[in-house]
Structures are given as structure tokens and as C-alpha cells.
Design a protein around this ligand. Structure first.
Ligand code: NI
Length: 173
């Protein structure tokens, strides 16, 4: 497994639209393993393929004792291939988001509290799930990456965006 280089905000790769995966071949499975290793290495809770310069519709996510999100409940490792969000709850909530492509910064973003989605897993099986709160937030953030959207584009309060060591509201939790 290799730790991949993370593409940073400003790179046009992060504004591109990722292509669907048609065939889960060995090379792609290896790239998925590398994405998981990279997410863990950088203490991410999710990673989308364009962030490692791979323009394919692949997302990995996992929450386990994370220093960057210490209050978050655990979420088992998951791989979402060609994810589609089928339904967004009308109920929304706001929370601080970060992104491995925008290191050191945080922004408070409104997202749907629950979503239903469909995706293929690493075994090629189509899975439909409904998830809530932080889990729903991660998937909305990562699916945005597949559509070339970064969270600062969703900011509605410009003062709620800045460096995590400088934002009073972020530091106070
Ligand atoms: Ni991100």
C-alpha cells in the first residue's frame, strides 16, 4: 500500500467531474486500498478519489478515534463506488467541516441531517443505506468532491471560515 499525495485547493483536478466506475479491476482495487491508507495516514474521516488525482467516482470513509474530529462517533470503514444521493432530509444542521485538500482551515456548513444513498461496494454489490448526522455530512462532503465542489463554495456565513487555530468558535467546540 502506498500513501498518495493529496491534491490541494486551487488545483483544477478538484473542480473536475469524476467519471463513474464501469469495471472494478485489480488496478482500481489497489488504488482504493491506497486511498484508505492515505485517509488513515492523514487522519481524514473521508477521502474522494479526485483528492488523490484519480477522477473516478470513489469515496472512502471511516471514523475511529480521530484527532481532527475527537467528538465524532465511530463509523466503520466503507467504500462507496458511483455513489448517488437519492434523498436529502428537509431537516438540516450546521457543523464545522475540514478537508484534507484545504489543510488547517475549517468552515461551518449547513447540510441535510439525513440522507439515503445508493453505492456499489468493493465486492461490486449495490447497497442502499440511510445515514444520519456526521455520517450523512461526510457523504455529502465527499460526493461534492466527485462533482468538483469544495466546502468553501457552500459557506453562507463568511466569518465562519478560517484557520482552526484562530477561529474562536471552532476552538470552543
Ligand atoms: Ni474534502
Amino acid at each position: 500500500m502506498s500513501i498518495l499525495k493529496i491534491v490541494k485547493m486551487g488545483d483544477p483536478l478538484l473542480a473536475a467531474i469524476a467519471k463513474p466506475v464501469a469495471d472494478l479491476d485489480d488496478e482500481l482495487l489497489q488504488q482504493i486500498s491506497d486511498m484508505i491508507a492515505t485517509m488513515r495516514f492523514y487522519q481524514g474521516v473521508g477521502l474522494a478519489a479526485p483528492q488523490v488525482a484519480l477522477l473516478r467516482q470513489i469515496v472512502v470513509l471511516e471514523v475511529a478515534q480521530n484527532e481532527r474530529y475527537p467528538q465524532a462517533d465511530s463509523i466503520e470503514l466503507d467504500v462507496l463506488i458511483n455513489p448517488k444521493i437519492l434523498d436529502y432530509s428537509e431537516q438540516k444542521n450546521r457543523a464545522w467541516e475540514g478537508c484534507l485538500s484545504i489543510p488547517g482551515l475549517r468552515g461551518q456548513i449547513e447540510r441535510s441531517s439525513s440522507i439515503s444513498y445508493q453505492a456499489m461496494n468493493r465486492q461490486g454489490k449495490l447497497v442502499t443505506k440511510t445515514v444520519h448526522d456526521f455520517h450523512a455530512r461526510i457523504i455529502q462532503h465527499e460526493v461534492d468532491h466527485l462533482n468538483g465542489i469544495l466546502y468553501p463554495q457552500r459557506l453562507d456565513e463568511r466569518h465562519e471560515f478560517g484557520f482552526e487555530d484562530s477561529l474562536p468558535a471552532f476552538k470552543s467546540g
